[in-house]
Design a protein around this ligand. Structure first.
Ligand SMILES: Nc1ncnc2c1ncn2[C@@H]1O[C@H](COP(=O)(O)OP(=O)(O)OP(=O)(O)O)[C@@H](O)[C@H]1O
Ligand SMILES: [Mg+2]
Length: 253
């Protein structure tokens, strides 16, 4: 953890219970992530991964427990408020404005900045995502799934957030692009000192860049540990990595 020695952003969820109707979707989930770290959430479809992010972001109501950012309670605060506190969120879907051009999407992402700072930040995010340079005039609705994700992440980076919530940022990307987004972008953002909370279907690739990880099953933390522990845990391998990956070697007896 390269930036552990300087004061950093710190996000904590404490015994969060949240959901939409009567029965909670998220049942007593706690987690902690600091600047410089990637915290990965994996789990089967419908486990509540997106709901958990939304609960931490004040989009889905937290009924019990609390969310704390840098020592300040932010439970059920509106997302706009969190943007001013340095929180950025890339949702699983509806993450770009289709009817706007790429550069307009980036400008929207920097709406809380003044014009000069906004122009500076566009230059910075284009350095992070050079492939976007040739797409600036295109309408986001005409982009491929992977290109859209790039715009979505670039847009959220515009105000230079210190805490990033990413819901399946590699959806629709090839295995090679997935690896590059996770290793060359998401991991690098954490190494710049940001706290990154990421939900991924591609568990193996996402655990590889994780400092800490949880497996969420039916709204509860089924397993947690370091990214490496989770990758080496045959239970995780069997249940969640499945699909085409060689079974883990049996644990030495
Ligand atoms: N807006 C909503 N209103 C009511 N129930 C919802 C809503 N959104 C999600 N749910 C339910 O909450 C549960 C968790 O859904 P969620 O989208 O958080 O899962 P997920 O782990 O992100 O799944 P996936 O891997 O498919 O994205 C599911 O049973 C889902 O049907
Ligand atoms: Mg989801």
């Amino acid at each position: 953890m390269s930036s552990a020695e300087r004061p950093t952003v710190h996000l904590a969820a404490e015994h969060v219970v949240a959901g939409y109707g009567e029965a909670p979707v998220i049942k007593d989930v706690s987690l902690e992530v600091s600047g410089g770290q990637v915290y990965t959430i994996v789990g089967p479809n419908g486990a509540g991964k997106s709901t958990l992010l939304k609960a931490l972001l004040g989009i889905v109501r937290v009924r019990e427990g609390r969310v704390v950012l840098n020592g300040q309670e932010i439970t059920n605060r509106p997302l706009e408020h969190l943007a001013h506190l340095g929180v950025g969120y890339v949702p699983q879907s509806d993450d770009v404005f289709d009817t706007l051009r790429v550069h307009e999407n980036l400008e929207m992402g920097g709406y809380i900045l003044d014009a000069k700072r906004r122009a500076e930040r566009i230059e910075v995010v284009l350095e992070i995502f050079p492939a976007l340079k040739s797409m600036l005039q295109r309408y986001a609705g005409t982009l491929s799934g992977g290109e859209r994700k790039m715009v979505a992440v670039a847009r959220v980076l515009m105000p230079d957030p210190t805490a990033l919530f990413l819901d399946e940022p590699t959806a629709g990307l090839s295995p090679e692009l997935t690896r590059r987004v996770l290793e060359e972008q998401v991991r690098v953002l954490a190494d710049l000192g940001k706290a990154v909370l990421i939900v991924e279907q591609k568990a193996e690739a996402a655990l590889k860049i994780a400092d800490h990880a949880m497996v969420l099953v039916t709204g509860t933390v089924a397993l947690e540990g370091s990214g490496q522990e989770m990758r080496e845990n045959p239970e995780v391998t069997e249940i969640f990595l499945g699909g085409g990956r060689a079974p883990a070697a049996p644990a030495p007896s």
